[in-house]
Design a protein around this ligand. Structure first.
Ligand code: SF4
Length: 267
């Protein structure tokens, strides 16, 4: 893993994600290395010349910049972790996310934070003070698939324990089940298991999402499917080339799964 501290000119950026006015990413790059990640597409103008998942640049001046930028802040939600995971293991040493949270105590904007990693539990005290909405991403209940698709992220069991602890501390937790993995975690039995596990964890709701077929995602996922799931190539193709038809198919399955459940599901 290539790690190098950097100084950036801005730490808050306008977000294109619905409901988020500002995006805050304490790191550039992400060692979770998810194969379906669309961040390399969003950040393509930066020309990394390294494969996504193989580098992390901690933004060492992030908290200091944030203090200044918060003085000019308008209303609207701040979303932490839109193109990186704010709780990569390197955060244990760098404390950039934690120091940003410290700064955010002085503004009243709503805050959400998305992660796949259990290190978030370190900052429960601040997250409670900030009344943060937490999103924990879980794309599959199968840890073998997790290892293939999200090699650097926490195991599924650890994420479930994390949800329980966050909920126990009174925090709002949503599971972001996205993207569903074509031919794998988007199947009826896998969805049933996922929703049951999430419901049991105490999370308040589950949001489903589908693969974003940007060129870099198609390339990386195509490589993975050819290597590990050659028989499921047509499922990946459907998710990429016939988005409407694929969405309808998955929606029908989710509707069926939802019937007997009390947890709020959003798709
Ligand atoms: S955790 Fe998020 S930002 Fe990081 S590689 Fe995975 S999808 Fe991309």
């Amino acid at each position: 893993m290539f790690i190098k501290r950097i100084k950036v000119k801005r730490i808050l950026s306008r977000s294109g994600i619905g409901g988020c006015r500002y995006a805050l990413n304490p790191y550039l790059g992400c060692s979770n290395g998810c194969y379906y990640c669309y961040a390399p597409h969003i950040l393509r103008s930066l020309n990394f010349n390294r494969e996504w998942g193989s580098f992390v640049y901690p933004k060492e001046n992030g908290p200091l910049l944030l203090r200044k930028e918060l003085k000019r802040l308008k209303r609207g939600k701040i979303c932490i972790g839109t193109v990186c995971d704010p709780y990569l293991k390197w955060e244990e040493d760098f404390h950039i996310t934690r120091n940003c949270l410290e700064e955010l105590r002085f503004v009243r904007n709503p805050l959400s934070l998305q992660t796949k990693n259990g290190l978030i539990l370190r900052d429960i005290d601040l997250l409670i003070q900030l009344n943060a909405q937490i999103l924990i991403t879980i794309t599959t209940t199968d840890d073998r698939l997790r290892e293939i698709f999200e090699p650097g992220a926490s195991p599924v069991g650890e994420r479930m324990r994390t949800i329980r602890e966050l909920r126990g501390a009174g925090l709002s937790v949503t599971v972001f089940a996205g993207p569903l993995l074509p031919g794998l975690s988007d199947q009826y039995s896998a969805l049933t298991e996922l929703v049951a596990m999430v419901q049991e964890s105490g999370a308040e709701r589950i949001i489903f999402d589908l693969l974003n077929p940007y060129p870099v995602v198609r390339r990386r996922m195509g490589k993975l499917y050819r290597r590990y799931f050659p028989d499921l190539g047509s499922e990946l193709d459907l998710a990429i080339k016939n988005r409407k038809g694929y969405r309808r198919k998955v929606k029908d399955r989710i509707e069926k799964v939802k019937k007997d459940l009390i947890i709020e599901t959003i798709f």
